[in-house]
Ligand binder design. Structure first.
Ligand SMILES: Cc1cc2nc3c(=O)[nH]c(=O)nc-3n(C[C@H](O)[C@H](O)[C@H](O)COP(=O)(O)OP(=O)(O)OC[C@H]3O[C@@H](n4cnc5c(N)ncnc54)[C@H](O)[C@@H]3O)c2cc1C
Length: 458
């Protein structure tokens, strides 16, 4: 039986990052994967969706070339080629992980892993053992009883990024990041899109003003939005799909070619041997402490299979922390209150920390500043005047409680707020940190200035 210091089960951004950090720290490491290296993120999540969205954004620019003084005759898209490009980008990233495994001398074991007592893992009949086993089996699309997925007319995110024919009409159920990203993509490609959201606003975890701005922008681009609405059943017996939607006003039947169920994820905790070992779970999550140790010594869990935000950067941060703790390093527990969340439709959304509503609900006395991109030189030059940056500070102590952005490129700007909050910066320090001109990032400095009544360009 092959013996390792660390075996990682699953090779997503949790698993493969854990394996690399383990190897860097001198552990003999193996990683087990049943599908493609890189997990959901690289193969069916973050990366292929961003490739699709890029095609949509380029197409939008071409359609609006005249706004830039350019003439493009009859811009057209080739749906197959767009999907093919996305798959190619994903394959390239997965190969990149393969290279990293080799470079770091990590053994890749292909197959289905089941954990066993005695710190062993069975992979399709062959046993491997280790001093430490890290479970990083991730998650899959959640199914609602009212919306059973058949993979053809009622689909999850995997099929949504790999359809062989573009639907004419699409219903997107759920308006979290995944739902709105697909809504934007298909709408840009010319599909008639309707979003059905159970709660009373789209992108429900975001600050109210951000949700409202996205709703305005989506409606302007032709996306239909139904909030406080629920798909109670679907009828797939005919040519397309008929979805019964319950709204405050009563029931409505929507017809479409395809319904995309984007109502969240379900962790992969089944059939991986948790019961054999006695590892504690709560609903569909493996319970862990601050260092990702489960209740059974020698077994750890990270990423989407544990509680906490289901995001790639969270999985990777947990991976590094988990392995460094195994190595005996002094590690600081992850601050789940300072995790940025990004949504890559147009306009993009990026946020970290408390929303205005959350801060007020906590009884905090706040100072709020907002700077619209319509007042930004770079945004005007780029033709991207939609959106704003909003910052929230604690009025008494100056703590940067939250930052919420919507607009072009904001997903690349939010790191400033994450770092500022990590370093416990105050508003005045941000204000006095000179931002380059002309950039979209000036809007952060100006929003902070607005919070302290020092804004220049408003
Ligand atoms: C459409 C979509 C878009 C997304 N976009 C973003 C984004 O822009 N930014 C972001 O931060 N996050 C995004 N996410 C979320 C992100 O993909 C996940 O949070 C991340 O992949 C979780 O990483 P993980 O390592 O926990 O698990 P995963 O990436 O799910 O990887 C788990 C791996 O384990 C393997 N596995 C499972 N069971 C076994 C077994 N028994 N034996 C062997 N192998 C096994 C699986 O095959 C898989 O490869 C997106 C998700 C989706 C679905």
């Amino acid at each position: 039986m092959s013996k390792y210091d660390i075996i990682v089960l699953g090779s997503g951004p949790g698993g493969y990052v854990a394996a690399i950090r383990a190897s860097q720290l001198g552990f003999k490491t193996a990683i087990i994967e049943k599908e493609s290296l890189g997990g959901i993120c690289l193969n069916w999540g973050c990366i292929p969706t961003k490739a699709l969205l890029k095609s949509a954004q380029v197409f939008e620019y071409l359609k609006h070339a005249e706004d830039y003084g350019l003439k493009v005759k009859d811009a057209e898209h080739d749906f197959d080629a767009v999907v093919k490009r996305s798959r190619g980008v994903a394959d390239g990233m997965s190969n990149g992980v393969k290279f990293l495994m080799k470079k770091n001398k990590i053994d890749v074991i292909e197959g289905y892993g089941t954990i066993k007592t005695g710190k062993k893992v069975d992979v399709d009949g062959t046993e491997y053992s280790a001093d430490h086993i890290i479970i990083a089996t991730g998650a899959r699309s959640r199914e609602l009883p009212s919306l059973p997925q058949d993979g053809k007319k009622v689909i999850g995110y995997r099929q949504a990024m790999n359809l062989d024919k573009q639907p004419k009409k699409l219903i997107v159920v759920g308006s979290g990041a995944i739902g709105v990203e697909f809504a934007y993509f298909y709408n840009s490609m010319g599909t008639e899109v309707t979003i059905v959201e159970y709660l009373d606003k789209i992108v429900p975890v975001e600050d109210n003003e951000v949700s409202k701005q996205l709703e305005r922008s989506f409606k302007k681009s032709g996306i239909k939005i139904m909030t406080s609405a629920e798909v109670t059943s679907v009828d797939t017996s005919g040519k397309g799909v008929k979805a019964t939607v319950k709204t405050k006003k009563g029931e409505e039947i929507l017809e479409a070619d395809i319904v995309l169920s984007a109502v969240g994820i379900k962790s992969n905790i089944e059939n991986i041997g948790l019961e054999n070992v006695g590892i504690a779970v709560d609903r569909d999550k493996i319970l862990v402490n601050d260092y990702y140790q489960t209740n059974i010594p020698g077994y750890y869990a990270i990423g989407d299979v544990t509680p906490g935000q289901a995001l790639a950067h969270v999985a990777s941060a947990e991976a590094i922390l988990c392995v460094e703790k195994i190595a005996g390093q002094h590690v600081e527990a992850l601050d789940y209150g300072n995790i940025p969340g990004c949504t890559y439709c147009t306009p993009e959304i990026a946020s970290v920390g408390l929303t205005e509503e959350q801060a007020k609900a906590q009884g905090l006395d706040v100072k709020i500043g907002k700077f619209p991109f319509s007042a930004s030189g770079k945004a005007s030059a780029g033709g991207n005047k939609e959106g704003f940056v909003k910052v929230i500070f604690d009025a008494k102590y100056g703590e940067w409680l939250g930052c919420h952005m919507i607009g072009a490129g904001v997903t690349d700007m939010i790191a400033e707020a994450v770092l500022g909050r990590k370093l416990e910066t105050t508003g005045h320090e941000v204000l006095k940190a000179v931002h380059p001109h002309p950039t979209m990032s000036e809007a952060v400095m100006e929003a902070v200035a607005a919070a302290y009544d020092e804004v220049i360009h408003l």
